[in-house]
Design a protein around this ligand. Sequence first.
Ligand code: SAM
Length: 362
Amino acid sequence: MKFVLTTPQGIEDLAKREVEMLIKSAGLKGKVEEKPSGVEGRILAEIEESYYLDEKGKKREFEIASFLNENSRLLHRVIFQLSSTKLSNLEKEKALQEIYDFVSNSLIENYVKISESFAVRGFRKGEHEFTSIDVAKTVGSAIYDKLSKFGTPKVNLDHPSVIFRAEVINDVFFLGIDTTGDSSLHKRPWRVYDHPAHLKASIANAMIELAELDEGSVLDPMCGSGTILIELALRGYEGKIIGIEKYKKHLKGAMMNALAAGVLDKIDLIQGDATRLSHYLDSVDFVISNLPYGLKIGKKKLIPELYMKFFAELSKILGKRGVFLTTEKKAIEKAFEENGFKIIHHRLVGHGGLMVHLYIIK
Ligand code: SAM
């Protein structure tokens, strides 16, 4: 079985590693490829079907898609691949006709019952004369016409039972079923307080992975609604987890989120100013933080001074490593340099329509 898995751009290597580990932990066999056909934010997983005996001794198929949806921390979507083909002509009318014919010849009826409603979500990447809406409409009518042989198909664009994904990437057409649903996996059920600049949980987990923690203490000095700390606590981290946030509203939000996640007792949350870090803590082993960028909240011109003061304080207490995310490359690199920090890793990560700089320092 083939699955197309989505994740934020820039953390495909970590998502691939996670999927390989999950496959292994479930005793499954398969191979995983990052950025198939050079498409960023994607992983292709080919996993062998597997069976188990239930409590009544009946042979059942292991539900790989459910397993990935339930256990991944880095993926956004798990899409089951039905079929794919190379388009022979990219001219609008011809390409759309070819897509229609291809879908009509696919065994759609095996994947959606006539009693179930469906919708098609389109996606397109590359140079084309048609839009992703054209692709979705074409595939939608092909599926409708095909299912009409069995009764009256039900289309429900808002709350469908089955979501088809129809994608054209350069000259490749792909048809799949989105097993995740319309709400991406990064939207965690524990998020009851919605911070205006919250971090995607998938990226928080990528930062946690990159920190290579060893059960030493972990601090997020500008923790907002607590995403990094909550995700860390949910992984069963044994070390001390500390959060500092300047504003009461966000700190209360972090507490509400931690409570909803069932990890409030695992995190020390302090209302405080990160530019006075040594006032609250004598030492900390690791720092992981999504710093303010001055875009959604706060003023951009205050960022260089904030970073400079914060890293000056951090240099007094940091024992091992720090992982930071910001759009403010110049300001952060200056603050690293002037406070004696060395960059040991840098990458760009896609977050909220921006490419954000991720640094590991010591
Ligand atoms: N990762 C967080 C989340 O997922 O909710 C969002 C962090 S947000 C980008 C940055 C946070 O830093 C904001 O909540 C802001 O209030 C806080 N902040 C700004 N200046 C601060 C300071 N001097 N000390 C502590 N927190 C500060």
